[in-house]
Design a protein around this ligand. Structure first.
Ligand code: ADE
Length: 219
């Protein structure tokens, strides 16, 4: 059993899948720590064109995701796993941050991420949603990028995903918005840009103090 399963409901699986098949996300899945699954919203579309959207009542620009395909898609997942929770990426949600990623990473379970597209969604879809999450004060064309950011920021915190034990340790002692100190690797002098002497000194007490002094905080 993976610690966390993400089922992503989307019209654009091809926009998401390559990222999950590379690097740490792939490794995390390969180790069985996390599982990724996709549901094609189009399969639940209406009529011969498998339509998933329509114009807004009251007028206005653009198209909205309709209720029927979204309800059917989510119900198809919940039929197999009634405990699954639904995440909706939306600019109207709570702004995502490291503390929230940590809270999710400490739970285990199944999260369905519903990626809206077009100009928005029928408000009645919110009755299905457990978490509304915004990635920030800007508007994207769909929920695919937010879904990837949510998945990535949670998955990297799951035990066994990050390589170095210390990476996880730094994270677990941080208060959530702690930005790590500046780091350097070889060479000690690159085009005249020198690594601070203290980091070459071998004095672990001094190094720890320097790192503490140079740790930033997100705003
Ligand atoms: N969908 C469109 N824009 C978004 C944002 N900023 N955060 C989450 N979902 C979105």
């Amino acid at each position: 059993m993976p610690k966390i399963k993400f089922t992503i409901i989307t019209l654009f699986r091809e926009a998401i899948e390559p990222y999950l098949k590379a690097s740490m996300m792939w490794k995390a899945a390969d180790k069985g720590i996390v599982e990724f699954d996709f549901v094609n919203l189009r399969e639940f579309g209406l009529g011969p064109h498998k339509s998933v959207d329509d114009t807004p009542y009251g007028g206005g620009d653009g198209m909205l995701l309709r209720c029927e395909p979204v309800f059917a898609a989510i119900e198809s997942v919940k039929q197999r796993d009634p405990e699954a929770k639904v995440i909706l990426p939306t600019p109207a949600g709570e702004t995502w941050n490291q503390n929230m990623a940590q809270d999710f990473s400490k739970q285990s379970g199944h999260y369905i991420i519903l990626c809206p597209h077009y100009e928005g969604y029928d408000e009645r879809i919110l009755t299905l949603v457990d978490y509304k999450i915004s990635l920030g004060h800007y508007v994207l064309t769909g929920g695919e990028l937010p879904a990837l950011i949510i998945v990535d920021s949670i998955t990297r915190l799951l035990p066994g995903v990050l390589g170095g034990e210390t990476s996880a340790a730094i994270e677990s002692f941080s208060d959530g918005d702690n930005i790590e100190y500046p780091q350097y690797t070889k060479p000690a002098d690159f085009r005249g840009m020198k690594v601070p002497d203290i980091l070459l000194s071998g004095n672990h007490g001094e190094i720890a103090r320097w790192r503490e002094e140079h740790s930033g905080h997100a705003n």
